[in-house]
Design a protein around this ligand. Structure first.
Ligand SMILES: Cc1cc2nc3c(=O)[nH]c(=O)nc-3n(C[C@H](O)[C@H](O)[C@H](O)COP(=O)(O)OP(=O)(O)OC[C@H]3O[C@@H](n4cnc5c(N)ncnc54)[C@H](O)[C@@H]3O)c2cc1C
Length: 391
């Protein structure tokens, strides 16, 4: 991607702002909230995110009329790169900013946009994504949670699962069946539901890392207002798919700078432990570096590609590249550590960053569409193989 002098000036501005602001009470947040560390310093990270918002560093790519900054693709890439490079903490409002916000801009009513977008941009309201259910994961069209109108409110009954950050969220975008007796993708609607109410119970699910990034969410007569349906009633599948398809390529480039930091920390660890003289581990470290270069080249090509010539499989290729790469990095970290990697730092389950990364990265090949599903998309869209039989 070709950067203009204005882009370089923008980079300097982002870098300087981050250097000047990741100080004082925010200095301790560097690196906080990463994989398996999402429990860390939530309130402080929220304050940091609001500080970012007040300075105009959230929702860069959104149109200015919706509270964004009309940033170019290059500027967004630069921001994510500099953000990751600075070590600033994982952001708490990304589900609203990256998934729901763009969906509301595309499908929301002017009232919904006015009601929700400013609060997302200011990080005043946090969102979670209520898609998956015990019987509907990869096969999302099997959603069984129902919503029925009772006067001017929807009454929602059912269960969602693996809902990231539900315990912290103020609102949830919920895919629910609003047409009784409907099947598969017909009869679903996309509802905006307040989380803090009696009809909702959130039960954290303890993960391998010992922490609970995701949750079970039970809707037992939960309520939301009649006009909080995004898109038409019964047309929720189209809206839900649009949310899933929202290009995350730009944020992925920032994620790769984070990966680069992890890899260079691992190389340092190998130097300290003497693993840098082991020919097998040296080979694996070199392969990890190559993998990162391949991923970066692919991501840059994807975000800069002409949509007219794209197959539609590019995001799936990227997902496969990064999920496998990151899992292998976790495994390599355990090898570099040696036998001590198997022991917690302290009782009862105090893990170090590498152990957390290794354990949390098992999820990388599942969330955001599992590896098997991505390969099916590649087979069908890039190779033109026959469509897999759907249930
Ligand atoms: C860390 C994490 C965070 C998550 N956060 C959220 C969230 O915030 N909100 C939300 O709604 N969901 C969330 N999820 C859920 C995630 O989207 C699902 O786990 C994922 O879609 C897979 O669904 P499943 O777990 O039901 O597995 P299943 O769909 O039951 O799949 C089980 C296995 O079978 C394979 N499989 C399934 N169908 C096929 C097929 N057609 N062809 C070949 N293989 C197949 C899968 O690849 C997988 O290996 C999260 C998951 C994780 C791990």
């Amino acid at each position: 991607m070709q950067l203009s002098p204005r882009d370089e000036e923008f980079r300097q501005r982002v870098r300087q702002w981050l250097t000047e602001n990741l100080t004082g009470r925010f200095a301790a947040l560097r690196g906080a909230g990463g994989p398996g560390r999402e429990h860390e310093a939530h309130e402080e990270r929220l304050a940091w995110n609001r500080h970012l918002a007040a300075a105009g560093w959230t929702c860069l790519g959104w149109p200015a009329e919706h509270g964004g900054h009309d940033a170019t693709l290059a500027q967004q890439v630069i921001f994510y790169e500099e953000y990751a490079r600075s070590g600033a903490p994982a952001r708490v409002g990304y589900l609203g900013e990256e998934l729901l916000g763009p969906t509301l801009i595309a499908f929301g009513t002017p009232e919904q946009q006015r009601r929700f977008l400013p609060a997302i941009a200011a990080v005043q309201e946090l969102w979670c994504q209520g898609y998956s259910e015990p019987g509907a994961g990869s096969d999302l069209a099997a959603v069984a949670t129902t919503a029925a109108l009772d006067g001017d409110r929807w009454v929602i009954t059912g269960q969602k699962v693996w809902t990231s950050l539900a315990a912290e969220a103020d609102w949830c975008f919920v895919l629910a069946r609003t047409q009784p007796g409907s099947r598969r993708s017909a009869g679903l609607s996309y509802l905006l539901v307040p989380m803090r109410q009696n009809g909702i119970t959130v039960r954290p699910i303890r993960q391998l890392t010992g922490t609970a990034e995701f949750n079970e969410v039970f809707f037992d007569g939960a309520r939301t207002e009649r006009d909080l349906v995004v898109g038409e009633i019964g047309d929720g599948w189209r809206v839900a798919r649009a949310t899933l398809g929202i290009e995350r390529g730009v944020a992925t480039l920032g994620q790769q700078i984070g990966f680069e930091r992890e890899l260079s920390r691992l190389v340092e660890l190998a130097r300290r432990t003497g693993a840098d003289t082991d020919p097998l581990l040296r080979g694996k470290l070199a392969r990890a570096w190559i993998g990162l270069e391949v991923m970066r080249a692919h991501a840059l090509r994807t975000v800069a590609a002409d949509p007219a010539t794209a197959t539609g499989a590019e995001p799936s290729v990227l997902k496969l590249l990064w999920s496998r790469w990151h899992q292998e990095l976790g495994e390599l970290a355990m090898e570099v550590h040696g036998a001590s990697a198997m022991v917690a730092r302290g009782a009862p389950y105090d893990l170090d960053d590498w152990q957390r990364l290794f354990l949390f990265s098992r999820a990388d090949t599942i969330y955001g569409g599992s590896d098997e599903i991505q390969r099916t998309i590649i087979a069908e869209r890039a190779l033109g193989l026959p469509r897999q039989a759907r249930p």
